[in-house]
Design a binder for this molecule. Sequence first.
Ligand code: ZN
Length: 213
Amino acid sequence: MAVCMIPPSYVFGSNVFVILGNKTAAIDAGSEGNSSYTVSRIRDALGGRPLDMLILTHAHYDHIGGVPAVVSEFGCTVYAGKDARAIADADSSITLCGDFDGTPVQIEVEELADGDVIDLGGCRLRVIDAPGHTAGGICLYDETSLDMFSGDTVFEKGVGRTDLPTGSHADMVRSLRGLANLQINRLYPGHGDCCDDGNASVRYAMRIMGMEK
Ligand SMILES: [Zn+2]
């Protein structure tokens, strides 16, 4: 799986990833404030190819604020897990648009279900519901490479906050238990660096959550 990482150009942004299979996908879109940077980096990564889909790991504005710019540039379809409703409704109590000084954005979003597989050709991304940071957050697990795009559920050395609207400590505990059953090679998180031992990151997150000694 060929993955290009686009780190945020300023503090209120998320990592954006571009996956190049037979089809192409971007994971998350960063914030509104650096959307022209994000669009130009995605264009570079695509090397003249179209962008077939944009998949959002969850509803927070630092991951979705750049969606209108990405959609207007590439005309791609947008997908999300159960956070799709909050995103489509521009529910700022969940997207936290105001906290990021953003403009509310109305976006058409297709909802993905747990277990759905997105076949990009050379890469099959399985949707894994991972509530805890938000109620409808997802991880995307490549069944071929065993790599994972973890959004704000697990970071290289950290775990997503559970104190924001629709977040839940108990849900996060259950989500991490589920992830611990997978072999995870490379981890592509929503913020910070990637790493090559995703299982170590999940164990680290479990320790932070008080699940392991
Ligand atoms: Zn978040």
